[in-house]
Every structure is written in structure tokens, then in C-alpha cells.
Write a protein that binds this ligand. Structure first.
Ligand SMILES: [Zn+2]
Length: 440
């Protein structure tokens, strides 16, 4: 496959250091949005950059084949994580470099390299008169900083963005098989505060008689799980979507090797529920974890105190049918039931996000699956992603649209790390899939 045109385009956009996490790159951020707009205009798109709120410009573009054709909205992001040669990159992160069958650069897959697959393919199909769909693009510049305004942006621009399908390519394949993300867990973040005294107390004077906030908090935390690796209070699982036989089989077909997993992570034993594999546990089962604890003195030397306050940051991952508000209520009830009367406590929570599960039975979904199998020459793997992509929730909640999420990067793509890369083999398969999907 001749990918020289694609590489040329990608290397141009890679050079623009659109690092959204650092304001000194604002100029490059603006140039990148402009570059995408101009490239799309060159293909015949009506394209614009829109600046709203505090965020970097959104590139919104539209190309119409005909009134009868269905419309696909492609979402992507042009901002990237920081990168510099000093971090240990083997070449300049902002010069696209080809080595050992890989294209290496910051943004090679997250997300420039992936949305450019569709952008390049569509440009080519327009020239050949073979484009099947009306196509829209929404490419944003704040994904890496967590765009808190994109939901509002979508809600405000429903007509501009209206489409029959939304497509996203912003993740990793699994086991080099064509991978469609069919579920994302939801997310709830909470802070639990325990207070056992007005302030920290001298351990020599009060120790042994005064309750200790971190010890009380530790007692609470140990009660969250039972010895079967399940959350101890039943209400947590009320209404949780059952894992189907089909889902279990799909997940068990994903290769998982414990010893290489141990090498990679340092984890020696999985704490899954009985009969549940790693992928089902992380993709289709809810969980609660402590993401941080703070109390007392942790600096140099020792401060001999009985701490009067302690905090724990709690992260809850939700699955389909769990209502985040109900989950927060139930957790609050658990804290209330398990906190002794001499401890003052409170809970704060941040705006939660629901889990999403795609309807894999729709005709379009089946079509995508078949085309991906054709392009990759292998069976499609449905991936239940443990994390969340909030914008996919926004498409569902604001537009009523389910997103087709076809991931193209390899598992060793090193997203956010050094030598981020797009395997040329997977790139060619991605290009083939994009072409099969978008051509008449
Ligand atoms: Zn990223």
C-alpha cells in the first residue's frame, strides 16, 4: 500500500506542537486548528474554527455528497501531551520518524495519526468521486486537559453537528485484532473526610486514649470489600447489567498471559470476582478503589501526633444501568452505617459520568464489524473499556447518538509516553478499513 501521501500530511501536522497542557504553545495550537481547517477546505469541505468559552478552537467541517446520503460525524482531537527529547525519546518527538515498521512522533496515534486516517481517506475518496456519506468533522483542542465545556458546545451546535452516526478512532487495538469499543465504564469521584478531634494531638499526652482519624478511616476502608473481592454492601450491585454468556466468551477469547502481565505491571495476583476474567472484571463489573489517602505528618523525620483529620479519595467505576447519583447515595449510606458516632465525617463528590454500552445488534454496527474483519483479515474483538470517554456520553446525552469507536493503535503504541508510535501494519489496516467504510 502506498502511504506516502498520508505520511506527508501527518508529518506536517506533527510538526505543530499543539500541546494543550502548556499555554506557551498556544500559537502552535491555533496554527494546528487552522491547518486542519485549510486541509479540509482544500478537499472541498465547508470548514470553520469556532472559539467558545475558555477552550482552544474547535474545527467543525462539513462535506455534502447528496441529500439522500447518510451523514457521519467524525470526532477527534488535535491537541497532544507534552514531549521533549530529554524525556528519553530516540528522535525529535515533533518530527515524524520511521523506524522498525513504526511511525514515531508525539501525536502519531493520540490522536492526530488516527483522525488523519479518516481525513486522508475522505480527501482521496472525494477526488475519486467515491465518497459514500456526507461527512462532518468535529476536531477539538482540549481533550488532553479534560474539556469540561464540550458537552455544552455540542448542545449549542446540534444543527451544525447533526449526523446519523458518530465515529471515533482514539484507542488501542487488542492482540492486533480489529477492535471495536462497545462499552465504557462510568466514573464517580468522592472525597471522604474523617474528623476525630479539633486538631492533631500530642501522642505522648493523648495517645492511647484519643481516637485516631487515619486509623478510623482505615477501618472504614477495609470494610468496602469482602473476602470474595466483592463490594460488601449489596445495594452497590442493585440493577447492574448482568454479564451475558456472549460477553464472557468474547472476553475469554482475548489472549491474557499472567506472567507477561506481571512483568509489565508488577502485579502478582489478580483480585477478580470468582469465575471472572481480567477483561470482564475491568470492562463489565463495577468497582470501588481508594485513589489517595492523606493524614497526619509524612514529611522528614517524625512528628509524634494523633492526627485529628484524615481524607480518602475514592474512585468508583460504574457499569451499565448504574445511576451515579444512586451510587453516591448508597456509598454515603455505607459510610454512615460504618462510622462510629464519635467520628465527624462528610463526603464531597464531583460531577459523575454514566457508563455506556453500545447496541451491537444494529445494522450499522454489524456492517462496521464485517468491514473491519475484511480490512484486518481477522475476527473483530469487542472491547469493554474500563475507562470513560466523556465526549461519547455527550454525543449520547446531547445528540441521542451512539458512537462507533474503532481503535487503530497497537497495544505498544505508548500513548502519552516516549516514542509514541503507529505500527505501519496497523496503519495500513486502519486505512483499508476507513476506505471500505467511507467508499461507495
Ligand atoms: Zn491522550
Amino acid at each position: 500500500m502506498d502511504i506516502s501521501e498520508y505520511k506527508k500530511l501527518l508529518s506536517e501536522i506533527i510538526k505543530l506542537k499543539s500541546i494543550s497542557t502548556d499555554s506557551q504553545y498556544k500559537d502552535d495550537v491555533l496554527k494546528t486548528a487552522e491547518w486542519i481547517k485549510q486541509t479540509l477546505v482544500g478537499y472541498g469541505f465547508e470548514a470553520q474554527t469556532i472559539t467558545e468559552g475558555k477552550m482552544n478552537p474547535y474545527v467543525v467541517a462539513s462535506y455534502k455528497v447528496s441529500d439522500d446520503a447518510e451523514t457521519v460525524l467524525i470526532y477527534g482531537h488535535y491537541d497532544v501531551q507534552p514531549a521533549s527529547k530529554e524525556d528519553g525519546w530516540s528522535s525529535d518527538p515533533f518530527e515524524l520518524t520511521e523506524r522498525k515498521g513504526k511511525l514515531i512522533a508525539r501525536g502519531a496515534i493520540d490522536n492526530k495519526g488516527q483522525f488523519m486516517v479518516h481525513l486522508y481517506t475522505i480527501g482521496k475518496l472525494i477526488k475519486q468521486g467515491k465518497l459514500k456519506y456526507n461527512v462532518k468533522f468535529l476536531i477539538e483542542g482540549n481533550e488532553e486537559t479534560g474539556n469540561t465545556e464540550i458537552g455544552d458546545f455540542i448542545a449549542k451546535n446540534l444543527d451544525l453537528l447533526a449526523a446519523d452516526y458518530v465515529m471515533v478512532s482514539d484507542g488501542e487495538t487488542t492482540a492486533d485484532r480489529p477492535t471495536i469499543d462497545v462499552g465504557f465504564r462510568g466514573n464517580v469521584s468522592l472525597t471522604v473526610t474523617y474528623r476525630t478531634a479539633k486538631n492533631n494531638l500530642h501522642s505522648g499526652i493523648y495517645g492511647g486514649a484519643a481516637p485516631s482519624a487515619p486509623m478510623e478511616l482505615a477501618k472504614l476502608i477495609t470494610k468496602i470489600y469482602n473476602d470474595k473481592n466483592q463490594v460488601s454492601y449489596q445495594s452497590f450491585y442493585n440493577g447492574v447489567a448482568e454479564v451475558t454468556q456472549e460477553e464472557l466468551e468474547n472476553n475469554k477469547s482475548i489472549p491474557f498471559d499472567m506472567s507477561s502481565f506481571t512483568n509489565q505491571t508488577g502485579i502478582r495476583q489478580l483480585k477478580t470476582e470468582e469465575g471472572i476474567d481480567f477483561f470482564t472484571q475491568t470492562g463489565l463489573r463495577p468497582m470501588i478503589t481508594v485513589s489517595g489517602i492523606q493524614s497526619g505528618y509524612t514529611g522528614e523525620g517524625y512528628s509524634n501526633i494523633v492526627p485529628g483529620t484524615a481524607f480518602a479519595k475514592i474512585n468508583i467505576r460504574l457499569v451499565a444501568n448504574q445511576d451515579p447519583e444512586k451510587v453516591i447515595q448508597d456509598f454515603t449510606k455505607f459510610v454512615e452505617d460504618n462510622t462510629p458516632e464519635y467520628v465527624d465525617w462528610d463526603i464531597e463528590s464531583e460531577s459523575p459520568c454514566k457508563a455506556i454500552k453500545m447496541d451491537t445488534s444494529s445494522a450499522k454496527f454489524q456492517e462496521v464489524k464485517e468491514l473491519a474483519e475484511k480490512a484486518y483479515g481477522d475476527k473483530v474483538l469487542f472491547k469493554y473499556v474500563g475507562g470513560s470517554i466523556p465526549v461519547i456520553n455527550d454525543f449520547k446525552e446531547k445528540m441521542g447518538q451512539e458512537t462507533i469507536s474503532v481503535s487503530m493503535a497497537g497495544e505498544d503504541c505508548n500513548m502519552h509516553g516516549i516514542d509514541e508510535n503507529f505500527s505501519i501494519d496497523l496503519l495500513e489496516k486502519g486505512l483499508k478499513f476507513s476506505e471500505l467504510f467511507f467508499s461507495k
